[in-house]
Design a binder for this molecule. Structure first.
Ligand code: UDP
Length: 311
């Protein structure tokens, strides 16, 4: 049994991770300032005596009496709409939040994992993306606050590893989906599912030829867990290499929801990456990890979640 801090614990991915770590018998301290996280995602865990929740902004210092053995730093606004609404907080949690989380790790000699992102590759000129690609990022574009915060987070994590000899792990997470996404966070999965379920037109941005590769949340959580418990500092891509165009994705969701929706083409947002697909050779070799949930299967579970909670 380990004592583990999870930042962003009330968020989509971190709430699933917290659940998984509790199932393994660990003691978890969840931290979240709840600006984009939702307490409902973790309220069923409050009955577990091994779970403690602290409402706190990890961009500000916090001290623990317990000895912490691992820190998963997942806190961050994570959808384009969120980081347009909270640009400064997005930068702060990636920069100051990561610095503080690393400081906690250093003091407690804890292992540290940061959830970085495929956004460090920007609008990639290399396809699929491998970890040794440095990216094509616009620092002052609408996504810059997120991309650059995560790039800084990777840099400071490496500096702590090299200079303070900390055990650190960098995960680069690609598009992930599943239950507990927010219905109106602007991301394509909840947007298309909600539109389909209510027979509204699906808002395909551009001509829908841009690609994404979607990973189901339980697969992603398994990857994070394996990376934390490995000897590899990363960065390691975690994602599902199954690549689709956004138009194909819209059609698949219409089919799976048996919806009468049609498609309405809308303006492509500025700096929207044209392609995105992880090369997961490194994760396969080092972590013996690869995703197992097919997109139809994961989408059915996700559609069910939205049907149950938001219709
Ligand atoms: N997208 C879309 N319609 C929407 C929301 C998103 O066509 O209502 C597109 C968006 O332009 C992007 C892709 O879907 O090409 C994935 O968008 P999301 O915001 O989910 O993630 P990201 O762009 O960060 O991969």
């Amino acid at each position: 049994m380990k004592t583990i801090v999870v930042t962003g614990a009330a968020g989509f991915i971190a709430s699933h991770l917290t659940e998984r770590l509790l199932d393994e018998g660990n003691s978890i301290i969840g931290i979240d300032n709840l600006i984009t996280g939702n307490i409902k995602n973790i309220k069923h865990l409050f009955a577990n005596k091994n779970f403690k929740f602290i409402q706190h902004d990890i961009s500000k210092p916090i001290y623990f009496n317990e000895t912490i053995e691992q820190i998963y730093h997942l806190a961050s606004p994570a959808s384009p709409i969120d980081y347009l609404e909270y640009p400064i907080q997005t930068l702060k949690v990636g920069a100051m939040g990561t610095h503080i989380a690393l400081g906690i790790a250093k003091k407690h000699k804890a292992a540290f994992l940061i959830s970085s992102t495929s956004e460090v590759y920007g609008d990639p000129l290399v396809h699929p993306q491998k970890e040794d690609y440095w990216g094509n990022v616009n620092p002052i574009g609408p996504r810059g606050v997120y991309d650059e915060a995560k790039r800084y987070a990777e840099a400071i994590t490496e500096a702590y590893r090299k200079y303070h000899k900390l055990e650190t792990h960098i995960a680069r997470i690609f598009n992930t989906y599943g239950p507990r996404m927010r219905p109106y966070d602007g991301r394509v999965v909840p947007a298309f599912i909600m539109q389909s379920l209510t027979n509204k037109s699906l808002s395909v941005f551009g001509n829908g030829s841009q690609t994404r590769s979607f990973c189901y949340v339980s697969d992603l959580v398994e990857g994070l867990f394996r990376l934390m418990n490995s000897n590899d500092s990363g960065p390691i891509n975690l994602g599902n290499p199954h690549e689709m165009t956004i138009l194909e994705f819209a059609q698949l969701i219409i089919k799976l929801t048996e919806s009468k929706s049609d498609i309405s083409y809308q303006k492509l947002p500025e700096d929207d990456p044209k392609v995105r697909q992880p090369d997961i050779t490194k994760a396969k070799n080092i972590l013996k990890w690869e995703p197992h949930i097919f997109v139809e299967e994961g989408l059915k579970l996700t559609i069910e979640f939205f049907r149950r909670n938001y219709l």
